[in-house]
Design a protein around this ligand. Sequence first.
Ligand code: GLN
Length: 495
Amino acid sequence: MSELTKLKISEARDALRKGDVTAVELTEACLSAIDGAGALNAFVHHTPEIARAQAAAADQRIKAGDAPSLCGIPLGIKDLFCTKGVPSQAASNILGGFKPEYESTVSSQLFDAGAVMLGKLNMDEFAMGSSNETSAYGNAVNPWRRGNDDTALTPGGSSGGSSAAVAADLCLGATGTDTGGSIRQPAAFTGITGIKPTYGRCSRWGIVAFASSLDQAGPMTKDVRDAAIMLQAMCGHDPKDSTSADLAVPDFEAMLTGDIRGKKIGIPKEYHMDGMPAEIDALWAEGRKMLQDAGAEIHDISLPHTKYALPTYYVIAPAEASSNLARYDGVRYGHRAKLAHGDGITEMYEKTRAEGFGEEVKRRIMIGTYVLSAGFYDAYYNKARKVRTLIKKDFEDAFAAGIDAILTPATPSAAFGLGEMQDADPVKMYLNDVFTVTVNLAGLPGIAVPTGLDKQGLPLGLQLIGRPWEEGDLLNTAYALEQAAGFVSKPAKWW
Ligand code: GLN
């Protein structure tokens, strides 16, 4: 049975349609894999009853010859997505006990396409973090280990439960969200594929907001084809999210031809960072060669404002977060602090927020309210907005000059040890996103593809950045890179 969970979405889809396996069998295999993987702490709320009911319904649809793309495919859903009647806590104590009355647009689209929900996945609290260590549930663990020791490693963040679950074959695919890199960095740390689509491709309705001008949902899967299949079901216009684009969604899977001849690939010189491990540089050079061998034209380009991206992100994201998180006041959702005799409403707010939010979330709220305060608004927030426009313009100039996609490393290192950054300056953790935040600031699609192993046997990924709304083309370039890299390694099972 356990072999079933190793199937890719595309393989399972074909097997289900042929009648080689049923959705119920596939779902049971995933549920038992999840039961056996408690050590990974990837699933934090289990929904076996929902999974079994959805699987049985999927089998009926398949029998009736009415099987949509994800019919009977077992998925994990990041805890940031509101799922009706199921705890949706954004890995925060402040949302303890919160069970939404509604379903997020993205998860309901997945269910309409026949997907089966196995449960909710661990993440950093409110999606703030790069290691899953800010989670109120405790961190998820990377199924990969260094070849020479058994140090527990981070699965990345914030979508660390999603990456761990997919890499460990607990589910066939998972949803993630990406505000500054939270799909791509955990995908790279666990040897899987993750795409953040163009801002506005997926509805944000029903996804707990972190930084609304940057947040996007996307799939985390075992390969590029699966990403295309799952993304297709996730995107589309939603009248309930005014920033979701009213654009047709092309057939992404049909665009995977692997033919990238004549495509112009940009290699931005600013992504060469001082102190970057030689292995990452070597991987990047290999990726360049792979795309060239596949017939693409390689161009060295410049994105001059890259160095301002991280500081810009760490003004804009906390500013928006401080505003979004003002709604958690002990009145409307989840946790409310126990009050002492004589406490009024102010004490209720203060005590609830002091108890409910973790350290990193409090840090972001404080930074956010500071940069938005009357005296500093122009110096920080307005300045950051201006710089963001320049960062976006760098990409627009590159695309206007004919560049189709940009190749960069996905992360500046392989997965690091859990606890390793505990006493470090928080900025060291923020540096994880140095290659990914630019993409969110510019609203572009970006994909991380596993392309190699480091000398300790850990996966490393490359990132491709595409033109807005051209996810199909981006997926095809990623597909060509995937074919050339031939990454097939899997973590050795220890859990
Ligand atoms: N790691 C980044 C942060 O902490 C990005 C998080 C995300 O994309 N949700 O803000």
